[in-house]
Design a protein around this ligand. Sequence first.
Ligand code: PGA
Length: 249
Amino acid sequence: MTRRKLIAGNWKMNGDLAALAELEGIARAADSAGNVEVAMALPATLIAPAVAATPGLAIGAQDVHPAPRGAHTGCISVAMIAEAGARFSIVGHSERRADNYETDADVKAKATALLAGGLSAILCVGETLEQREAGKAEAVVTGQLTASLPKGAAADWLSIAYEPVWAVGTGRTPTVADIAAMHGAIRATLRTAIGADADAMRLLYGGSVTGDNAAALLAAGDVDGALVGGASLTAAKFVPIIEAAAGLD
Ligand code: PGA
């Protein structure tokens, strides 16, 4: 089973209209790395201008509300991001789970809403350092996955991102062997949940991915791409990650 590599950037609460100039270099790299899919999760305010500036690049959101509309001050619906030109959203990022107390059930509802709205999703799971040190990492991650996987989960619209909380924004990463083991466990859990289509689903690694470590991390077993925060903010840092992915196929 060959899975096309997916390199996704996540700008978090960073960037402004001037920063969209970075997308031009990223779009060029995406074009020349035809075997790699590139996607950028931007602040909601930048989605429409980014789509206008770089129509070839897959632009998405970082979160959505599960409801179609209503009294949810400060939230944004799937239809709203779709109208802005988004093709996907991240759901269940550890920063949202921590800052906004999002549960697996919330994450599942958000992913379900994206499917209903015809958009793709990147669903994040990952353990804390305390959970890893207690030897519970695999149980925590596969538990999160099982509880947040939506009905209708399928490889053509859903990817899973394994992001250990302690590796996000810290400059620390698990070993390649630990990542391969966790991705293997995620794949096995998916096979139980959705059957053979699990082998087509992309499993991304996220947490302190850089141009220096991307080739090694992306070569790990069952790693089909990366979700990149800090190193996605500039073309100078992100393009080498796209090139590392392109060089592996
Ligand atoms: P980082 O963030 O690459 O800055 O560690 C990854 C993420 O949060 O998706």
